[in-house]
Design a protein around this ligand. Structure first.
Ligand code: DGY
Length: 323
Protein backbone atom coordinates (compact mmCIF):
# COMPACT_ATOMS: atom_id res chain seq x y z
CA UNK A 1 0.00 0.00 0.00
CA UNK A 2 1.36 3.42 -0.89
CA UNK A 3 2.05 5.69 2.03
CA UNK A 4 -0.66 8.30 2.51
CA UNK A 5 0.37 11.91 3.19
CA UNK A 6 0.41 12.81 6.87
CA UNK A 7 -1.69 15.79 8.00
CA UNK A 8 -1.62 17.24 11.51
CA UNK A 9 -4.89 18.78 12.68
CA UNK A 10 -4.11 21.38 15.31
CA UNK A 11 -7.69 21.45 16.67
CA UNK A 12 -10.69 19.15 16.86
CA UNK A 13 -12.70 19.73 13.67
CA UNK A 14 -16.34 18.75 12.95
CA UNK A 15 -16.96 15.01 12.74
CA UNK A 16 -17.67 14.92 9.00
CA UNK A 17 -14.49 16.89 8.36
CA UNK A 18 -12.31 14.62 10.48
CA UNK A 19 -13.87 11.55 8.83
CA UNK A 20 -12.99 12.88 5.39
CA UNK A 21 -9.51 13.85 6.57
CA UNK A 22 -8.97 10.33 7.90
CA UNK A 23 -10.30 8.74 4.72
CA UNK A 24 -7.77 10.59 2.58
CA UNK A 25 -4.74 11.13 4.78
CA UNK A 26 -2.85 9.67 7.65
CA UNK A 27 -4.45 12.21 9.99
CA UNK A 28 -2.99 13.11 13.35
CA UNK A 29 -6.05 14.48 15.13
CA UNK A 30 -6.47 16.47 18.31
CA UNK A 31 -9.65 14.93 19.77
CA UNK A 32 -9.18 16.65 23.13
CA UNK A 33 -9.11 20.01 21.26
CA UNK A 34 -6.30 21.36 23.36
CA UNK A 35 -4.53 24.50 22.08
CA UNK A 36 -1.08 23.12 21.30
CA UNK A 37 2.09 24.91 22.32
CA UNK A 38 4.68 25.47 19.60
CA UNK A 39 6.82 22.68 21.09
CA UNK A 40 3.90 20.24 20.98
CA UNK A 41 2.97 21.19 17.45
CA UNK A 42 6.55 20.90 16.20
CA UNK A 43 6.75 17.45 17.82
CA UNK A 44 3.47 16.32 16.21
CA UNK A 45 4.58 17.69 12.83
CA UNK A 46 7.69 15.49 12.61
CA UNK A 47 7.47 13.51 9.37
CA UNK A 48 4.17 15.17 8.43
CA UNK A 49 3.37 16.73 5.04
CA UNK A 50 0.75 19.29 5.94
CA UNK A 51 -0.99 21.13 8.75
CA UNK A 52 -4.65 21.94 9.11
CA UNK A 53 -4.85 24.90 11.49
CA UNK A 54 -7.59 27.17 12.80
CA UNK A 55 -7.87 30.94 13.16
CA UNK A 56 -7.22 30.73 16.89
CA UNK A 57 -3.65 29.47 16.73
CA UNK A 58 -0.83 31.83 15.83
CA UNK A 59 1.45 30.39 13.16
CA UNK A 60 4.22 32.94 13.45
CA UNK A 61 7.70 33.06 11.95
CA UNK A 62 9.20 31.32 14.99
CA UNK A 63 6.88 28.33 14.60
CA UNK A 64 7.28 28.23 10.84
CA UNK A 65 11.06 28.15 11.10
CA UNK A 66 10.85 25.25 13.53
CA UNK A 67 8.55 23.12 11.38
CA UNK A 68 10.17 20.08 9.76
CA UNK A 69 11.24 20.40 6.11
CA UNK A 70 8.61 17.80 5.19
CA UNK A 71 5.72 20.28 5.69
CA UNK A 72 4.53 21.56 2.31
CA UNK A 73 1.21 23.18 3.10
CA UNK A 74 -0.55 24.98 5.93
CA UNK A 75 -4.30 24.88 5.27
CA UNK A 76 -6.19 27.17 7.57
CA UNK A 77 -9.79 26.35 8.48
CA UNK A 78 -10.74 30.02 8.13
CA UNK A 79 -11.12 32.74 5.56
CA UNK A 80 -8.98 35.13 7.63
CA UNK A 81 -5.26 34.40 7.60
CA UNK A 82 -3.68 37.18 9.61
CA UNK A 83 -2.71 34.57 12.23
CA UNK A 84 -0.19 33.09 9.77
CA UNK A 85 3.09 34.71 8.80
CA UNK A 86 2.68 34.10 5.09
CA UNK A 87 6.02 35.69 4.18
CA UNK A 88 7.86 33.35 6.58
CA UNK A 89 5.98 30.37 5.11
CA UNK A 90 6.85 31.45 1.57
CA UNK A 91 10.51 31.77 2.53
CA UNK A 92 10.43 28.12 3.53
CA UNK A 93 8.51 27.10 0.42
CA UNK A 94 5.36 26.24 2.39
CA UNK A 95 2.04 27.01 0.68
CA UNK A 96 -0.71 28.66 2.74
CA UNK A 97 -4.40 28.29 1.88
CA UNK A 98 -7.70 29.55 3.31
CA UNK A 99 -11.44 28.84 2.92
CA UNK A 100 -13.10 31.75 1.08
CA UNK A 101 -16.77 31.97 0.02
CA UNK A 102 -18.23 29.30 2.26
CA UNK A 103 -18.54 31.60 5.30
CA UNK A 104 -20.40 34.34 3.50
CA UNK A 105 -23.99 33.55 4.42
CA UNK A 106 -23.33 32.47 8.00
CA UNK A 107 -21.31 35.60 8.74
CA UNK A 108 -23.87 37.88 7.09
CA UNK A 109 -26.55 36.20 9.21
CA UNK A 110 -24.63 36.88 12.41
CA UNK A 111 -24.06 40.48 11.33
CA UNK A 112 -27.81 40.87 10.84
CA UNK A 113 -28.46 39.21 14.18
CA UNK A 114 -26.08 41.67 15.88
CA UNK A 115 -27.66 44.57 14.03
CA UNK A 116 -31.13 43.62 15.21
CA UNK A 117 -30.08 42.59 18.70
CA UNK A 118 -28.06 45.75 19.32
CA UNK A 119 -30.73 48.04 17.87
CA UNK A 120 -33.58 46.33 19.73
CA UNK A 121 -31.75 45.96 23.07
CA UNK A 122 -32.06 42.18 23.05
CA UNK A 123 -29.40 41.72 25.69
CA UNK A 124 -31.13 44.04 28.18
CA UNK A 125 -34.52 42.42 27.55
CA UNK A 126 -33.17 38.89 27.93
CA UNK A 127 -31.26 39.81 31.10
CA UNK A 128 -34.34 41.47 32.62
CA UNK A 129 -36.35 38.33 32.04
CA UNK A 130 -33.73 35.82 33.17
CA UNK A 131 -33.00 37.82 36.31
CA UNK A 132 -36.72 37.79 37.06
CA UNK A 133 -36.87 41.59 37.00
CA UNK A 134 -39.66 41.98 34.48
CA UNK A 135 -42.68 43.52 36.08
CA UNK A 136 -44.74 43.62 32.90
CA UNK A 137 -45.16 45.49 29.64
CA UNK A 138 -45.00 49.27 29.82
CA UNK A 139 -45.37 51.85 27.04
CA UNK A 140 -41.78 53.06 27.39
CA UNK A 141 -39.96 49.85 28.23
CA UNK A 142 -36.77 48.94 26.35
CA UNK A 143 -37.45 51.15 23.37
CA UNK A 144 -34.87 50.50 20.69
CA UNK A 145 -34.15 51.71 17.17
CA UNK A 146 -35.96 50.39 14.09
CA UNK A 147 -34.08 49.35 10.97
CA UNK A 148 -36.64 50.37 8.38
CA UNK A 149 -35.62 53.46 6.43
CA UNK A 150 -32.23 53.72 8.17
CA UNK A 151 -28.87 54.08 6.44
CA UNK A 152 -26.49 51.14 6.83
CA UNK A 153 -22.84 51.93 6.16
CA UNK A 154 -20.68 48.96 5.17
CA UNK A 155 -16.91 49.14 5.31
CA UNK A 156 -15.57 46.49 2.93
CA UNK A 157 -18.07 45.47 0.28
CA UNK A 158 -16.68 42.04 -0.52
CA UNK A 159 -18.72 38.84 -0.45
CA UNK A 160 -19.86 39.19 3.18
CA UNK A 161 -20.53 42.93 2.94
CA UNK A 162 -22.70 42.33 -0.12
CA UNK A 163 -24.54 39.44 1.55
CA UNK A 164 -25.32 41.66 4.54
CA UNK A 165 -26.46 44.45 2.19
CA UNK A 166 -28.92 42.00 0.61
CA UNK A 167 -30.36 41.08 4.01
CA UNK A 168 -30.45 44.68 5.20
CA UNK A 169 -32.33 45.78 2.08
CA UNK A 170 -34.95 43.15 2.91
CA UNK A 171 -35.29 44.97 6.25
CA UNK A 172 -35.90 48.27 4.51
CA UNK A 173 -32.42 49.73 4.97
CA UNK A 174 -30.59 51.99 2.54
CA UNK A 175 -27.05 50.83 1.74
CA UNK A 176 -24.01 53.12 1.73
CA UNK A 177 -20.52 51.68 1.48
CA UNK A 178 -16.80 52.21 1.39
CA UNK A 179 -14.71 49.86 -0.69
CA UNK A 180 -11.35 50.54 -2.31
CA UNK A 181 -12.84 49.72 -5.69
CA UNK A 182 -16.35 50.71 -6.58
CA UNK A 183 -18.65 47.77 -7.36
CA UNK A 184 -20.37 47.37 -10.72
CA UNK A 185 -23.95 48.71 -10.88
CA UNK A 186 -25.24 45.09 -10.88
CA UNK A 187 -23.39 44.41 -7.62
CA UNK A 188 -24.19 47.79 -6.11
CA UNK A 189 -27.94 47.35 -6.52
CA UNK A 190 -28.42 51.03 -5.76
CA UNK A 191 -25.92 51.21 -2.87
CA UNK A 192 -24.05 54.50 -2.62
CA UNK A 193 -20.27 54.37 -2.83
CA UNK A 194 -17.89 56.66 -0.89
CA UNK A 195 -14.25 57.06 -1.81
CA UNK A 196 -13.08 57.20 1.82
CA UNK A 197 -14.21 55.75 5.14
CA UNK A 198 -14.34 59.31 6.50
CA UNK A 199 -16.85 60.31 3.84
CA UNK A 200 -19.07 57.31 4.62
CA UNK A 201 -19.16 57.61 8.42
CA UNK A 202 -21.38 60.72 8.82
CA UNK A 203 -24.05 58.92 6.74
CA UNK A 204 -23.98 55.66 8.68
CA UNK A 205 -26.77 55.41 11.25
CA UNK A 206 -25.64 51.77 11.42
CA UNK A 207 -22.09 50.79 10.53
CA UNK A 208 -20.95 47.24 9.85
CA UNK A 209 -17.28 46.31 9.41
CA UNK A 210 -16.32 43.74 6.79
CA UNK A 211 -12.71 44.52 5.96
CA UNK A 212 -9.75 42.25 6.78
CA UNK A 213 -7.36 43.10 9.59
CA UNK A 214 -4.25 44.48 7.90
CA UNK A 215 -1.62 47.04 8.99
CA UNK A 216 -3.86 49.64 7.29
CA UNK A 217 -7.03 48.66 9.20
CA UNK A 218 -5.61 48.19 12.72
CA UNK A 219 -7.76 50.42 14.97
CA UNK A 220 -9.47 51.85 11.90
CA UNK A 221 -12.42 52.75 14.12
CA UNK A 222 -10.54 54.97 16.53
CA UNK A 223 -11.91 57.88 18.57
CA UNK A 224 -11.62 60.28 15.64
CA UNK A 225 -13.54 58.10 13.21
CA UNK A 226 -16.12 57.00 15.78
CA UNK A 227 -16.81 60.69 16.37
CA UNK A 228 -17.69 61.06 12.68
CA UNK A 229 -20.66 58.69 13.06
CA UNK A 230 -24.04 60.35 13.65
CA UNK A 231 -25.14 60.71 17.28
CA UNK A 232 -26.90 57.49 18.35
CA UNK A 233 -25.32 55.29 15.66
CA UNK A 234 -24.95 51.52 16.06
CA UNK A 235 -21.63 49.78 15.31
CA UNK A 236 -21.41 46.12 14.25
CA UNK A 237 -18.20 44.11 14.05
CA UNK A 238 -18.05 40.57 12.70
CA UNK A 239 -14.68 41.05 11.00
CA UNK A 240 -11.77 41.26 13.45
CA UNK A 241 -11.57 42.87 16.88
CA UNK A 242 -8.33 44.67 16.07
CA UNK A 243 -10.16 46.93 13.60
CA UNK A 244 -11.80 48.75 16.52
CA UNK A 245 -10.07 50.74 19.25
CA UNK A 246 -11.70 49.29 22.38
CA UNK A 247 -10.85 52.31 24.53
CA UNK A 248 -12.65 54.64 22.12
CA UNK A 249 -15.63 52.35 21.57
CA UNK A 250 -16.17 51.73 25.28
CA UNK A 251 -16.11 55.50 25.92
CA UNK A 252 -18.60 56.12 23.09
CA UNK A 253 -20.97 53.41 24.38
CA UNK A 254 -20.75 54.56 27.98
CA UNK A 255 -21.47 58.16 27.07
CA UNK A 256 -24.31 56.93 24.79
CA UNK A 257 -22.86 58.89 21.91
CA UNK A 258 -23.23 55.55 20.18
CA UNK A 259 -26.58 53.95 20.95
CA UNK A 260 -25.25 50.41 20.83
CA UNK A 261 -22.69 48.00 19.46
CA UNK A 262 -22.96 44.39 18.32
CA UNK A 263 -19.64 42.58 18.53
CA UNK A 264 -18.75 39.03 17.52
CA UNK A 265 -14.97 39.56 17.55
CA UNK A 266 -12.52 41.07 20.02
CA UNK A 267 -9.01 42.40 19.96
CA UNK A 268 -6.69 39.78 21.49
CA UNK A 269 -9.47 37.19 21.74
CA UNK A 270 -10.18 34.90 23.49
CA UNK A 271 -9.13 37.52 26.03
CA UNK A 272 -11.90 40.10 25.93
CA UNK A 273 -11.75 43.55 27.48
CA UNK A 274 -13.89 42.71 30.51
CA UNK A 275 -15.42 46.19 30.57
CA UNK A 276 -17.70 45.03 27.73
CA UNK A 277 -19.39 42.57 30.09
CA UNK A 278 -20.89 45.42 32.11
CA UNK A 279 -21.91 47.62 29.19
CA UNK A 280 -25.60 47.04 28.71
CA UNK A 281 -25.71 48.61 25.24
CA UNK A 282 -23.11 46.16 23.93
CA UNK A 283 -24.51 42.94 22.53
CA UNK A 284 -21.58 40.55 22.50
CA UNK A 285 -21.02 37.07 21.11
CA UNK A 286 -17.95 34.78 21.25
CA UNK A 287 -16.83 34.77 17.57
CA UNK A 288 -19.76 32.71 16.29
CA UNK A 289 -19.97 34.18 12.79
CA UNK A 290 -19.25 30.95 10.95
CA UNK A 291 -20.69 28.61 13.58
CA UNK A 292 -23.31 26.67 11.65
CA UNK A 293 -22.96 22.96 10.96
CA UNK A 294 -23.23 23.59 7.23
CA UNK A 295 -20.58 26.30 7.21
CA UNK A 296 -18.10 24.58 9.50
CA UNK A 297 -18.34 21.41 7.39
CA UNK A 298 -17.91 23.43 4.20
CA UNK A 299 -14.87 25.20 5.68
CA UNK A 300 -13.32 21.86 6.56
CA UNK A 301 -14.03 20.37 3.13
CA UNK A 302 -12.50 23.43 1.50
CA UNK A 303 -9.36 23.11 3.64
CA UNK A 304 -9.21 19.43 2.64
CA UNK A 305 -9.54 20.35 -1.07
CA UNK A 306 -6.42 22.45 -0.65
CA UNK A 307 -4.55 19.67 1.15
CA UNK A 308 -5.64 17.17 -1.48
CA UNK A 309 -4.50 19.35 -4.38
CA UNK A 310 -1.00 19.74 -2.96
CA UNK A 311 -0.40 16.45 -1.18
CA UNK A 312 -2.34 13.95 -3.32
CA UNK A 313 -2.86 15.44 -6.77
CA UNK A 314 0.41 17.38 -6.94
CA UNK A 315 -1.46 20.47 -8.16
CA UNK A 316 -1.67 24.11 -7.15
CA UNK A 317 -4.17 24.52 -4.29
CA UNK A 318 -7.43 26.23 -5.31
CA UNK A 319 -7.34 28.74 -2.45
CA UNK A 320 -3.76 29.84 -2.00
CA UNK A 321 -3.06 33.08 -0.16
CA UNK A 322 0.09 35.07 -0.76
CA UNK A 323 2.10 37.62 1.22
C1 DGY B 1 -12.59 33.12 9.66
O1 DGY B 1 -12.75 32.11 8.98
O2 DGY B 1 -11.69 33.92 9.44
C2 DGY B 1 -13.55 33.36 10.75
O3 DGY B 1 -13.27 34.43 11.52
C3 DGY B 1 -13.79 32.13 11.60
O4 DGY B 1 -15.15 32.20 11.86
Amino acid sequence: MTKRPVVVATRHFPEAVEQRLQSMFDARLNPEDRALSHDELVARAQGADGLMVAATGKVDADLIHRLPASIRIIATFSVGYEHIDIAAAEQRGILVTNTPDVLTDATAEIALLLLLAAARRAHEGAAMLRQDQWTGWTPTQLMGIGLTGKRLGIVGMGRIGQALAERARANGMEIHYYNRTRLSPEQEKGAIHYATVEALLPQAQFLSLHCPLTPQTVKLMDARRLALLPEGAVLINTARGGIVDDEALIAALKSRRLAAAGLDVFDGEPKVDKRYFAIENAFILPHMGSATIETRNAMGFRAIENLQAVLIDGKAPPHRVKA
